[in-house]
Design a protein around this ligand. Structure first.
Ligand code: PLP
Length: 369
């Protein structure tokens, strides 16, 4: 295997990925290489990752439960903190039960792997997250995708299937920021007796979830909730089935109990709505100003506001220009997004000030000239 050759080809096509070290707590201000930057690429949408009340809850959790869970949920790793968080998440989402997973990636793989023997087909939105696609590959069913958020295309694809199926969709699309037509999919599901699974990684805590009856709801806790982990919520039988059959649930250590204590606090803050109101005001301000500046942003009313550039080279160039002006905005390239749709993925958080947003957009306008 000539890794060096492969790496050099990635570099030549502007697809080489590298990491930056963020030297302070996740925040609207980040220090990278000693440079202070305004951070517009965090998924900490509600600015909860370093919220004093959540940090305090986390410390209390460590005092009570120590650091590691020490075992998987089915052995001895399921503590009262895990149980309380699952109950709080079920209550928040209006579902009978919730089940914790270590990450959203594992939760998606966990659901698919449990359903493997039950499913004859799966249909996925064209823009679904990589973890749903990987989960599909893992269970060996053909990857069938319908045109993005297109209910007519979905209906046509459903008509060609037979047996028990699953329709999987991101709820808020991770690279585009737009929202799935859950009500539309619900209608299709009712007609076809398929099962709906939504991945609300980017909507949880930001929007009120819409969860049709008898469907599967997955959300992550490392984004708006500001902590880490993920959960699946649904009917009691579904959750019990996952406990029996989901290998990524069964064969892994439970997340740290202190994280659960912190996430319970985070959920309380989400319910209070103060951070959410700040985020929504920032989204509104961003949209108004980008229109006034004639910046054609993609059609999104979530915290994810992409500026689609096209070429990877140009996206990297713009990201570097913004970086030298003090703004950290990531350039997203294929294969994360479809070919020729490289973009700047601007993400907004509750604690961004209107001034920071204004400076970013002015700088972007300048960089585009
Ligand atoms: C839509 C979507 N689903 C799942 C995941 C995976 O979540 P986690 O980061 O908790 O593994 C992500 C992460 O970026 C995501 O964007």
């Amino acid at each position: 295997m000539d890794f060096a050759k492969k790496l050099s080809s990635l570099k030549q096509s502007h697809l080489y990925r590298s990491r930056k070290i963020s030297e302070n707590a996740q925040n609207t201000q980040l220090i990278i290489n000693g440079q202070s930057l305004i951070n517009f690429c965090s998924n900490d949408y509600l600015s909860l990752a370093k919220h004093p009340k959540i940090k305090q809850a986390f410390k209390q959790g460590v005092d009570k439960f120590g650091v590691g869970a020490g075992a998987s949920h089915l052995i001895s790793g399921h503590t009262p903190a895990h149980q309380a968080l699952e109950e709080a998440l079920a209550d928040y989402t209006g579902q009978e039960k919730a089940l914790l997973f270590s990450t959203g990636y594992m939760a998606n793989i966990g659901v698919f792997s449990a359903l493997r023997d039950e499913l004859d087909w799966v249909l996925q939105d064209k823009l679904n997250h990589a973890s749903l696609i990987d989960a599909n590959h893992l269970i060996g069913l053909p990857l069938q995708r319908y045109l993005h958020n297109d209910m007519i295309a979905l209906e046509k694809k459903i008509a060609k299937q037979s047996g028990q199926g699953l329709i999987a969709t991101d709820t808020v699309f991770s690279m585009d920021g737009d929202r799935a037509d859950i009500k539309g999919i619900e209608k299709m599901v009712k007609k076809s007796s398929a099962l709906l699974m939504q991945d609300d990684a980017h909507g949880f805590g930001v929007f009120v979830p819409i969860i049709p009856q008898n469907s599967i709801y997955m959300a992550t806790l490392g984004k708006a909730a500001g902590t880490m982990g993920a959960f699946v919520a649904g009917d009691e039988d579904l959750i019990d089935f996952l406990i029996q059959k989901s290998r990524p649930y069964i064969y892994t250590t439970a997340i740290a109990p202190a994280l659960c204590v912190a996430t319970i606090k985070s959920l309380e803050l989400i319910k209070q709505g103060e951070q959410n109101a700040k985020l929504l005001s920032n989204i509104c301000y961003f949209q108004t100003l980008s229109k006034a500046l004639n910046l054609p942003m993609a059609n999104s009313n979530s915290a994810i506001q992409p500026y689609i550039v096209g070429s990877s080279k140009k996206a990297i160039h713009l990201s570097k220009e913004l970086l030298s002006a003090g703004f950290y905005v990531s350039a997203i390239r294929p294969p994360t997004v479809p070919k020729d749709t490289a973009r700047l993925r601007i993400t907004l958080s509750a604690e961004h000030t209107h001034d920071q947003i204004k400076h970013l957009l002015t700088q972007l306008k300048y960089a585009l000239q």
